[in-house]
Design a binder for this molecule. Structure first.
Ligand SMILES: Nc1nc(=O)c2c([nH]1)NC[C@@H]1CN(c3ccc(C(=O)N[C@@H](CCC(=O)O)C(=O)O)cc3)C=[N+]21
Ligand SMILES: [Mg+2]
Length: 297
């Protein structure tokens, strides 16, 4: 048996098309063009690529992209002052502060300055609280995208055993809340979990978000399970010898040993082309949602 490969790029495209249609309707009916402000501090190359891609996707959806690029030495107070300015700017519907921030800045302090109704990353304490309480929230993009991908292969998650590997604030914790809201029986496993392989083998839905390349092996997976690989790990391309042209090149791998897993799973997301594209699509979705809700639409 070989698993169905879940095409995150295709699902993301359809989410983005829906967002674009919603944006067009908002402009036609109300003369509103949603705006997404992205704040980048420093010159981290990976972050620069993400921010550029977000800008392109935002404009493709018909929204305004407002990019603030600050020097790596920018003080925490200056970043907070910018966030407050964006909070007060009516043209700005969504605010995303790109993580990680430089070491001298307390990311928590900055994130919690964001107006919760513009917090399109869903990372403020207010949105995290709303999510856990089952209230209307802006939901973190990667977990939201993961749920949408599961729904493409599983009509009803009710009663399913869902295991989330990882307990980060960005992914693991909110994903566990979302799975619970879908009526799954949810287990969060992490570095202190005893017998993690056996825990994973019970999963009808296995979500891996620990940031360790290919740690989930084929024999951790229950036959027929849905496997959502949230890891994005850049590793040295191993097939390249010292004389290879590609020496020093890297490739992207997930937290799951894909080739082994696809022989056991019922459905699986690839890396790249799985959850990653959904993250950006859901960011656009949240920005449209924020633009509507802020105006009671
Ligand atoms: N405030 C904040 N919110 C974030 O959501 C956030 C962040 N900071 N900092 C960095 C991480 C990472 N992240 C990704 C988004 C899309 C892809 C993505 O589209 N990946 C492609 C491949 C991209 C590539 O080739 O590098 C894929 O998986 O197919 C990956 C990673 C959002 N993050
Ligand atoms: Mg996110």
């Amino acid at each position: 048996m070989s698993a169905k490969i879940i095409d995150g790029k295709a699902v993301a495209k359809s989410v983005r098309d829906d967002v674009a249609a919603g944006v067009a309707a908002l402009e036609k009916d109300h003369g509103l063009v949603p705006g997404l402000a992205v704040v980048l501090v420093g010159e981290d190359p990976a972050s620069q690529v993400y921010v550029r891609n977000k800008g392109i996707a935002t404009r493709e959806a018909g929204m305004r992209s407002i990019e603030h690029k600050l020097r790596a030495e920018t003080s925490q107070d200056e970043v907070i002052a910018l966030v407050r300015r964006l909070n007060g700017d009516d043209e700005v519907d969504g605010i995303l502060v790109q993580l990680p921030l430089p070491d001298h800045i307390d990311a928590n302090a900055v994130i919690n300055e964001i107006d919760p109704d513009k917090d399109v990353d869903g990372l403020t304490e207010v949105n995290a609280g709303r999510l856990v309480l089952g209230k209307e929230a802006l939901v973190p993009c990667t977990p939201q995208g993961s749920i949408l991908l599961i729904k493409t292969v599983m009509e009803d998650m009710s009663g399913a055993n869902a295991v989330v590997l990882g307990r980060s604030i960005l992914v693991g914790k909110p994903l566990a809340s979302l799975l619970l809201a879908e009526h799954c029986t949810v287990t969060t496993a992490h570095s202190r979990t005893r017998g993690v392989e056996e825990v994973c083998r019970q999963a009808d839905i296995l979500c891996a978000a620990v940031g360790r390349p290919e740690i989930v092996k084929g024999d951790w997976i229950k036959p027929g399970a849905v496997v959502i690989d949230i890891g994005i790990n850049r590793v040295e391309a191993p097939e390249q010898g010292p004389n290879s042209e590609a020496k020093g090149k890297t490739r992207l791998v997930g937290d799951v040993d894909f080739d082994a897993a696809r022989a056991v799973a019922g459905a699986i997301t690839p890396v790249p082309g799985g959850v990653g594209p959904m993250t950006i699509a859901c960011l656009l979705k949240n920005t449209l949602t924020a633009a509507r809700r802020r105006r009671g639409l």
